[in-house]
Every structure is written in C-alpha cells, then in structure tokens.
Design a protein around this ligand. Sequence first.
Ligand SMILES: Cc1ncc(COP(=O)(O)O)c(C=O)c1O
Length: 397
Amino acid sequence: MKYNKEYFDHYTERRGTRSIKWDGCNKKFGVDPDVEMIPMWIADMDFKCPEEVIEAVTEKAREGIYGYSTREDSFFEAIAKWVEKRYLWKVEKDWIIFTPGVIPGFTVAIQTFTQPGDGIIVQTPVYYPFMDGVKNNGRTLVENVLIEKDGVYTMDFQDLEEKAKNPFNKLLILSNPHNPVGRCWTKEELERLGNICADNGVLVVSDEIHGDLIMEGYSHCAMSGISEKIKNNTITNYAPSKTFNLAGLQTAYTIIPNDSIREKFQKGLNANRVFNMNWFGPVALETAYEKCQGYVEALCEYLKENLDYMEAYIKEYIPQIKMIRPEGTYLVWLDFRKTGMTAEEIEDFVVNKAYIGADLGSWFGKPGEGFIRLNIACPRCILEKAMERLKNSFCEN
Ligand SMILES: Cc1ncc(COP(=O)(O)O)c(C=O)c1O
C-alpha cells in the first residue's frame, strides 16, 4: 500500500479500546473521569499500523488457537535485513535474541551483569523506566547529567569519564536517540562514549527503540556499528513497536555480537523464563520489516509537519514556552522554565488547567523539572486542540 498524509490524518476513536493512553489517562493524572482530557503521554501512536500488518495479524487471529509458538528463522532474517538496511550495521542472525520488550531487555542486563549495590550510569533527564530498572533491582543510580545550553543538549564527557573510572560503576544505559530530549547522537559522540566505557570496563546497554523515527537532516547511528572495540562491549535493544505502533504485541529483540556476553544474557533471560513469543508479534514484525518501509517514510514526513505546525504555533501564541525540536522520536520536550511557575505549578497547570495528559518533566529526574514531554504522534486535529488548550489556559491564568 502507498502511505500518505491522509492515512495519518485519519482520527480513530481509541476511547473504549482498553488503551492505557486514552482509557487510563484520567485515572493516571487523578482527573475527574467526566473531564475530556487530551492524552499525549506514554509513547504509542494514535495512527493505525500499516494495512499489511493489520491483514497479517487478522489472518493469524482467524486460526483461532493462540498457543505457544516456534522460533522461525524468518523472524531473525527479517531483523538482520532491517538492521543492515536501516542502520547500516551488518549483524549475524545468531546475535539476535527475542525479548518481550525493550524494558525486559535492559532489566535482564542489569540483573545479569551487575550485583546489588553496583552503580549504573544514566544520562538524565532520561526515560524514567531506566531509573526504575536500576532502583527496583537494588542497584545504585549514577547520573551523568546532560548539558543543556539554549535548548541544545550534549553529553558531559568529563563527568562521564570520572564516573566510568570509578570501579563501583559497572554499566551504562544509553538512550539513542534520546528520550526525552530528542537528540540523535552523532557517530563522534557515541564513539567517545563507547570508548570511555570500553576502556573502563563499563558495559553499555544501548536502547535504540526510536532508531527509525529520524527527522530530515539527521540519521541514526547504531552504537555497535562504530568499531570492533565498541561492538564487543555493547548490548543493543530494538523493537518494531514505536515505528509501526505495535507495543501491545510485546515483541522486541536484543543484539549481542560478543559470544560470552550473549551467553550470559541468554541465561539471565532463561532464569526469568522471559522467552515465549507473542502469537501475533513475529508475524507483525516480519510483515512490517519486509513490506512496510513506505509507512515509515510517510510517518516521519507527517511527524515533521506536526513539528512545523507546533513550532510555528508556539512561537506565535505561546512564546513563554520553548520547544526543543527533536532530531528523532515523536516526543517533544517543552521548556516551561520562563513561565515564572515552579516545576510543581507547571505540572499542575498542564494537567489540571489545560487537561492535557503529558509526561511530566520531574518523572525524568531532577534535570527534567520545569519541562513537559508531549507525544505528537497523533492526527493534526488532536495536536491543534492541545495547542489551543495550552494557549487558552495561559490566557486565563
Ligand atoms: C527509550 C524507550 N525504551 C523502551 C521503551 C519501551 O519499550 P518496550 O515497550 O518494548 O518495553 C520506550 C517506550 O516509550 C522508550 O521510549
């Protein structure tokens, strides 16, 4: 099928579908159930997934028995081809391990390669399940805070080097591209980080789940594709879930070129018995990766237009907030610090005045305070409504 703007402009009612983003929104934010909130939190999209995937999953559903499934070669072949074509990284099929999600991918790595109390480095403000994974497993959270200057985020390598040199710190979880600040890290930045970690015995877990959602003028650099040294010290987690809106199918994968790291990781997965595949997931992944490249291109074009619209609107009508335009991901990091409100007041304003369900800056760690993350993977009509609500809420304030 040929994908175009109309496909993504189409509004699909998600209320009443058991969508956590929509049906779980008011409860999550403690807002009266009668209030019509605009849900722009949690990272799934309000677009239908590709038609070819819908057809393949429907056909699979018609079989009528949803038992345990085999691990077919075609699944690993489809992944290897996608990774080589999209991220220019040639991987061997044997390096690929099925996981039921990118989150289990990094939590199993935490459990397998570190001991309780060990330090794990994350680059805050960052996707909060990284921090939950560290704390829930009794490890110590070590922050390598990103540097923000005039809305541009970079890595603090001096601080990273100091932290990597400390033998107490064993692992680093990288968000590449970065959620929530939207940076597509360059090869130079990743190489520097990768070498610092490899030289100091800090294992890197690279979360590249947003690696297909790249805006014009930028590219995704696969951490492991940089050099032999980095490849041998990196675990990479991917999934088709963000790209094709398949999060509910619990299908992801981890790529580990280093044999001994891979064997240990596999044992860690086995210890938790987290290896059964979802009945529909592999069919969806193979169809998406083999037939739906055009969907990704049209999607990124639509997201770019959403960003253009939002940037222009904010500049004209809500200049007190600053939009940090993402280079990748469909997540927009908004800086509210010039509004004069405290971090708490900002979060209360967005939730209880504008009635927008958003990921609140403080969830991403202290450096996220004063910010709000909005998910703009929605038809333009929803984004327009949200922008209008924000503007009007400021007028009434
Ligand atoms: C950086 C990042 N990693 C992982 C996930 C979730 O992955 P999964 O649903 O495969 O566990 C998300 C979802 O928002 C994400 O943004």
